[in-house]
Design a protein. Structure first.
Length: 74
């Protein structure tokens, strides 16, 4: 969580990356932090695919986590 990940579900964390290059930076960071006895799986999806996720809690639809807005500096 100190690396910008948010708990999405128990034992499942997400992080928004604004480009594939940025995602690769975080993939390398996670590889360096792998626990000796443990498993980590990484799935990369597009913003559009993430936007298609439907979340349910009981019978009511819950709001999906906010995706940070991309900031561009010139």
């Amino acid at each position: 969580m100190q690396n910008g990940f948010t708990m999405f579900q128990f034992s499942m964390y997400i992080r928004h990356c604004n480009s594939r290059e940025n995602a690769n930076v975080h993939l390398k960071r996670v590889r360096k932090l792998l626990p000796e006895k443990g498993k980590i799986g990484i799935l990369t999806i597009t913003d559009k695919q993430f936007g298609e996720i439907e979340l349910f809690s009981g019978l009511e639809i819950t709001k999906r986590p906010d995706t940070p807005q991309q900031l561009e500096l010139f």
